[in-house]
Design a protein around this ligand. Structure first.
Ligand code: NAG
Ligand code: NAG
Ligand code: NAG
Length: 350
């Protein structure tokens, strides 16, 4: 997770119509965009896999994101019907890039498909926030994705398993107002070839979106209400009305892609969440409000002001608190469930 840079001015106008008034209407027309959950495992006290699977099924969670393809994380999901986004660690990207397509084929076979059926895999997230966290690996990102893509093609899986790479919002040098959205100029040598691949393969741009960080780093300019979908004010950008940081961030990415010539790549949110403890604004009540709003917007295919009615698939962060996370205290407290399986707050995923 990287800290999001964002400036918001305080020019608010009265809020006229709630988007939620149209929610019941839309949900009958198209199938809802999926809500998944990230299963971070940087913790020493996690429940055993069968208990985790039971918890997911009992709560109607049918998609999860796993950050590393550890056999002990993957294998228990085999045959459960739960669909996976599987992370490919930053560290192995150069090897996948440098080696041949058949090496990628072998890697997929022995590290992934021996543990889980391809029919349960929806996405590979190749690296995580590579461009900012591990810039050394950046030049290898697209070549690694291309090798994996060709390997999936040889397996006949290139249409059912999508490849992309999650980015922090800080890959944008400008994100306010959303229409000013632009990628950091220094990163476009990697991002533009990536966008070209995503466009050609009808794969989504993956983004990690944390309005909590926007609030922590930019208040009073970003208010808690604007971060938590509670704002009764509207920000006007061109002719579009923004009521929250989540929409504004997603649309900043949409505008940034348009600036590079790509207008039809879908955005998916590969992480978003709110901590229950460890900092100003953290707390179970705020986390509930935040995640509940994200779920409602996703399920209702609300979309964003720039792409109204286009549901944005999301993976909520995080299933459990992660006591092994280092850094700022709140990083440990994104869990929606306690390790005993009890909800940390009354969130519903269906
Ligand atoms: C990738 O291959 C090139 C050419 O063989 C080599 O110079 C380079 O060191 C390799 N990089 C990595 C990270 O393996
Ligand atoms: C972009 O690269 C230039 C030249 O290498 C450097 O001076 C500048 O600080 C970089 N900007 C960012 C945001 O990293
Ligand atoms: C995106 O893909 C479409 C369909 O393949 C193609 O017509 C268009 O030229 C592509 N856009 C760019 C910027 O490559």
């Amino acid at each position: 997770m990287a800290i999001q840079r964002m400036r918001i001015n305080q020019r608010f106008l009265p809020h006229l119509v709630s988007v939620f008034t149209i929610l019941p209407l839309l949900s009958h027309l198209t199938s809802a965009a999926p809500v998944g959950v990230c299963y971070g495992r940087v913790a020493s006290d996690l429940p055993p896999p069968p208990a985790v699977i039971h918890l997911l099924q009992a709560n109607g969670i049918s998609r999860i994101r796993i950050f590393n393809p550890d056999p002990e994380a993957l294998a228990p999901f085999s045959g459960t019907g739960i669909q996976l986004m599987i992370g490919i660690p930053n560290e192995i990207i150069p090897d996948l890039a440098n080696d041949t397509v058949s090496a990628s084929l072998i890697w997929l076979g022995s590290n992934i498909f021996t543990h889980i059926s391809p029919s349960q895999v929806k996405y590979f997230a190749v690296g995580n926030e590579v461009l900012l966290n591990d810039p050394y690996y950046s030049p290898f990102l697209v070549p690694a994705i291309l090798n994996l893509y060709r390997a999936l093609q040889m397996l006949g899986l290139a249409d059912t398993i999508k490849l992309s790479s999650p980015h922090a919002a800080a890959v944008l040098s400008d994100s306010y107002p959303p229409s000013a959205g632009a990628f950091d100029h220094n990163l476009t040598s990697v991002l533009v070839p990536l966008l070209k691949f995503l466009n050609e393969t009808e794969s989504p741009l993956m983004v990690n979106v944390y309005p909590f960080f926007s609030y922590v780093n930019n208040h009073p300019y970003v208010t808690l209400d604007y971060a938590l979908f509670r704002s009764s004010a509207v920000e006007i950008d061109r002719d579009l009305e923004y009521t929250n940081v989540y929409d504004a961030t997603i649309d900043a990415f949409v505008y940034a892609m348009e600036r590079e010539g790509f207008s039809r790549i879908p955005v998916m949110v590969t992480e978003t969440g709110w901590p229950t403890d460890g900092g100003d604004g953290a707390g179970a009540g705020n986390a509930l409000d935040y995640n509940r709003n994200v779920v409602m917007r996703t399920k209702g295919n609300i979309g964003t002001p720039k792409r109204p009615g286009v549901g944005v698939e999301v993976f909520l962060f995080d299933l459990f608190d992660e006591n092994g996370k280092t850094g700022v205290e709140f990083e440990k407290h994104f869990g929606m469930f306690r390790v005993d399986g009890i909800k940390a707050y009354d969130i519903s995923f269906i």
